[in-house]
Design a protein around this ligand. Structure first.
Ligand code: NAD
Length: 389
């Protein structure tokens, strides 16, 4: 039997792509974004290679973090010490002092340390299979596209980009270069949120009659990139409101058809460029409505589903844990896990098994379309805006 492409060396893989022989490794962009499991790749048999070299099979894939800020340092690097299918193989940073610190702490070889200028040379590095983009939002598209061109699979942080156009370019680049693209939606493999998916989508308490969810926090430093429109692309909605969009979709198993949104601002100076607080209501094809709130000036963190015969609620719902949940029948009891470790492992496993992760680029683009409709509704004085997915 011929081997799937991930067994081959990276340089050969990219060379083959440039010769046009690698097309169609992963499922097409048209695949739905609400699929409940990794899907087998129907096209894989057409994309095997003719290598005569002994394949270097990997038990774990090498992952490089791009951007060593708070999330990388506080969550992803520690999670990569728990992962079983991937490991921290490299870093990309513009700060030499950080490179030195991470090199010592995580035993990263010099040859796997890159900066933003020599980033494209990753094409020659067979240790690194996955690039994880953890940069300010406006940089996601560029660094995802460059990673794809270097033949690397990409995990990109949320929000996937700052416009639908950018999301499409990222998806195209990954498809053209035959690599898989995931968005850092870490809750899809988290037990409490998975239970909400089961309760909602399987209608355990009967059909849903409403969803209420809210995610907000009080943002600090007024000089940070999150408050700079050019680098963030938007405010609370782009940053944490996106979780409420996600939750409304995965709880209901539906995708919204329209939205009505309203913005509130109390600090005109701090939030002169980006949104502070937004309330919006998504309407789904079944008629179900999800009321969502997001803010950079209020602390809330809740997901509640009301159904005909009961209810369920997570609070907190979206943080790194510990999460907590309850239903009309009593408290939920699930293990607390590293959401990031499970998500990265699942991605690596999907790549190794030539399957598609649930948290696709298409899902990231869907959410960006919803976000653009929310901003449009605000601009139009809270008119109902159709969402064309
Ligand atoms: P951060 O500000 O702590 O880190 C950003 C990193 O980017 C820093 O290392 C910084 O040096 C680097 N950088 C490069 N060019 C920059 C520029 N022009 N301006 C500012 N920084 C620049 O941010 P963070 O909290 O780590 O967030 C990074 C990304 O991760 C964001 O997209 C964010 O939405 C996402 N994130 C996701 C989660 C999650 O739970 N999935 C949590 C936190 C952050």
């Amino acid at each position: 039997m011929k081997k799937p492409t991930y067994y081959t060396t990276r340089r050969k893989f990219v060379k083959r792509i440039s010769q046009g022989a690698g097309a169609g490794l992963f499922l097409p962009a048209s695949m739905g974004v609400l699929g409940s499991a990794c899907s087998s790749n129907q096209q894989s048999s057409e994309t095997v290679t003719e290598s005569t070299e002994a394949p270097a099979k990997k038990d774990r894939l090498g992952l490089a973090l791009v951007g060593l800020g708070n999330y990388s340092k506080g969550q992803l690097a520690p999670a990569l010490e728990q992962t079983e299918k991937c490991y921290l193989a490299g870093i990309v940073t513009g700060t030499p002092a950080k490179a030195e610190e991470w090199k010592q702490k995580y035993n990263i070889p010099d040859g796997n340390i890159y900066n933003y200028d020599n980033y494209d040379e990753l094409v020659n590095n067979d240790d690194i299979d996955i690039i994880y983009v953890v940069l300010p939002n406006s940089m996601h598209a560029e660094y995802t596209i460059r990673a794809a061109k270097a033949g690397k699979h990409v995990m990109c942080e949320k929000p996937m980009a700052i416009s639908v156009d950018e999301c499409q370019q990222m998806i195209d680049a990954c498809n053209q270069n035959n690599v898989q693209l995931a968005v850092g939606y870490r809750l899809h493999y988290e037990p409490f949120n998975q239970e909400v998916i089961r309760l909602g989508q399987e209608q355990v308490f009967g059909p849903l009659t409403g969803i209420d969810n809210a995610f907000g926090f009080t943002i600090g430093d007024p000089t940070q990139w999150r408050l700079d429109y050019e680098r963030a692309g938007g405010g609370a909605l782009m940053d944490v409101g996106i979780y409420t969009i996600q939750a409304a979709c995965y709880t209901s198993g539906e995708e919204p058809v329209s939205v009505v949104a309203e913005e509130f601002k109390t600090d005109m100076e701090k939030f002169s460029e980006v949104d502070e607080t937004i309330n919006f209501t998504l309407t789904f094809p079944s008629g179900l409505k999800a009321n969502c709130q997001t803010s950079y000036n209020k602390n809330y963190n809740k997901l509640r589903g009301e159904a005909e015969n009961g209810w369920f609620e997570l609070s907190p719902a979206y943080t790194y844990g510990p999460l907590a949940g309850e239903t009309s029948e009593g408290p939920m009891d699930f293990p607390q896990i590293s959401e990031q470790a499970v998500h990265m492992d699942r991605f690596a496993e999907c790549i190794m098994q030539n399957e598609m992760i649930k948290t696709t680029g298409e899902m990231g683009m869907r959410d960006m379309k919803i976000i653009e409709a929310i901003y449009q509704s605000i601009e139009q004085g809270s008119q109902e805006v159709p969402i064309d997915l």
